[in-house]
Design a binder for this molecule. Sequence first.
Ligand code: 2YG
Length: 267
Amino acid sequence: MTRLIEDWIKDISVTTKQYEKDLESKTGLDFIGLASAVGDVSREKIVLSSKNNKVGVIPITTGLGIIGSFSESVAAILQCMNFEAFITEHTDVAGLHEAYQREAKMIFLADDNRFIAINLEKNIISENNQATARGYVAAMEGAVGKLQDRDVLVIGCGVVGREILRLLILKGAKPIAYDINESVLESLTNDGFKIITHSDEMAKYALVIDASSKGGWIHKGMLHPEAWIVTPGVPLSLDSDAYDYHKDRVIHDYLQIGVVAMLAEIC
Ligand code: 2YG
């Protein structure tokens, strides 16, 4: 997974409410609605959980260290769902200790390798890659309806892309996989997935979930003119012309849907 940079996320705490409105206009789901779809839990249960669970967001300094605005963004997204989320003053183990002292029932924390959320009372854990895959598949269903028996192109079949493929199979959809890496395509074929072998075949598909992480490689005309493009891939694969053309049917963010899905999974 791509490591975030502050430039991509520095505005999230200010823009998240507007982002939620944009997401709802495209999918019919606000953050709690998306969480409800992901976690298969009622809105009421999530609202109740927000009243009973303080959430500690713990900055972690290991490895490449703190990413500016990361903890603030996670806390802002949770607060947008009316959870009492706080960022610990301390980092790492001291931050864990502080979160416990401040009676956090849920914690969110990330090092360079894993971004996780834990419900300390229920002993449930959520991991960002899997949660992100679930969140974006749920967003696609919000936008276009049930995916059963429908062709869905999955671009970028790494950790998140593979989880998306797995979820689509479970939903009875008909995933078609594409990746620029030949050996990835080979293993997908061996695993029985239908694949395309060249980017010029992408334009055949009106439903696209893009988990590729190269950034800026999809140009205007490479996708179906009416395509829905739901993309956890960071940085955004669409270049500016392609984004301007498709933007009314693009769902993309750097953290929001993944954090909402993680919360759903630990509620
Ligand atoms: O606490 C901090 O500020 C840092 N230790 C956070 C480090 C996060 C590193 N991971 C990533 O940047 C991404 N894998 C996070 C998820 C991106 C969206 N799917």
